[in-house]
Design a protein around this ligand. Structure first.
Ligand code: CP
Length: 316
């Protein structure tokens, strides 16, 4: 297995099964720190730089919380308009990361352009972690999600994943690539204009993953072990910011998981949602035994603790 020290985390396409297992094992070791709300000094001499060119609640703050839990330092920006990259100068990724690499030890970047974190990694001499790039990938989220599955279901192999919602989403891509390393079935349910592409399904087939499309949640709810949700009422992820609007639309029944739908679900199926949610997941589902998205959010901090410790060489 390749070392994680000094490594960029840009995509799950290049992750091997042993690497998933290793990251999950490091999560297991660090999790008591988060559970007991302790702060330690594992990364006391390290600084995290957050460069967020798109809004975020969870991803940025979970990385920052992870760094604080491990005794490290944090600086960065959450709004590119307040930097030279987002004003009149439109400073390039190359010029920006040439600055950032002098200010800290690891960069976590979210960007509206697919491939921007990879471009940053080309120029940065410190590790770059992709916190979501356009419709591209969201590797730290899906690592969190699969760790949640291992904790809540005891393992990943043998499960059926039903991925419901906008198939263009970066999480859907990272999920598909990740699951090529496991013995699972994967079903995508999306509106036609948001469907996963044939090229993407071909890539998954090349990875020997059985993935197919279905039309309506009712067709497959009885097979699902993991119900993996994204909204279909969605912002444009290729833009830096989409303002609030009165006309967001609503989610058709095909893509909603309600208490009524869950009456047909396996008793031990679990729902994951990276959030934020719209009307596809009503709040009254929170009190069902299927909901695991709050555990998922908690494990999001644990996963970022593991990734930061690994790429900074403090955990092996
Ligand atoms: N799940 C997720 O990426 O949430 P944020 O957009 O709030 O970071």
């Amino acid at each position: 297995m390749r070392s994680f020290a000094g490594r960029d985390i840009l995509s799950l396409k290049d992750f091997e099964r042993a690497e998933f297992e290793h990251v999950f094992a490091v999560c297991d070791r660090l999790e008591p720190i988060a559970r007991e709300r302790r702060n330690t000094d594992l990364l006391a001499h390290k600084t995290l730089l957050t460069a967020f060119y798109q809004p975020s609640t969870r991803t940025r703050l979970a990385h920052e919380a992870a760094m604080h839990r491990l005794g490290g330092h944090v600086l960065g920006f959450a709004d590119p308009k307040m930097t030279r990259a987002g004003d009149f100068y439109q400073e390039s990724i190359k010029d920006t990361v040439h600055m950032l690499e002098y200010y800290g030890d690891v960069i976590v970047m979210r960007h509206f352009e697919q491939g921007a974190p990879a471009e940053a990694a080309r120029w940065a001499s410190i590790p770059v972690i992709n916190a979501g790039d356009g419709w591209g990938e969201h590797p730290t989220q899906v690592l969190t999600d699969l760790y949640t599955v291992t904790r809540e279901h005891g393992g990943i192999d043998g499960r059926t994943f039903v991925a419901i919602g906008d198939g263009r989403m970066r999480t859907m891509h990272s999920l598909g690539y990740a699951l090529t390393q496991f013995d699972v079935d994967l079903v995508f349910i999306s509106p036609e204009e948001m469907a996963v592409t044939d090229d993407f399904l071909g890539e998954l087939a090349d990875g020997n993953l059985h993935a197919r499309r279905a039309e309506h949640i009712d067709e497959v709810i009885g097979e699902a072990d993991i119900i993996y949700m994204e909204p279909v009422v969605q912002a444009d992820y290729t833009r830096s910011r989409v303002e609030d609007t009165d006309d967001r639309g609503t989610t058709p029944a095909n893509y909603r998981v309600t208490r009524e739908v869950l009456t047909k679900a396996k008793r031990d199926s679990i729902i994951l949602h990276s959030l934020p949610r719209m009307d596809e997941l009503p709040a009254d589902v929170d009190a069902t035994r299927h909901a695991r998205y709050w555990q998922e959010a908690y494990f999001g901090v644990v996963m970022r603790m593991a990734l930061l410790s690994l790429v900074l060489g403090e955990m092996q």
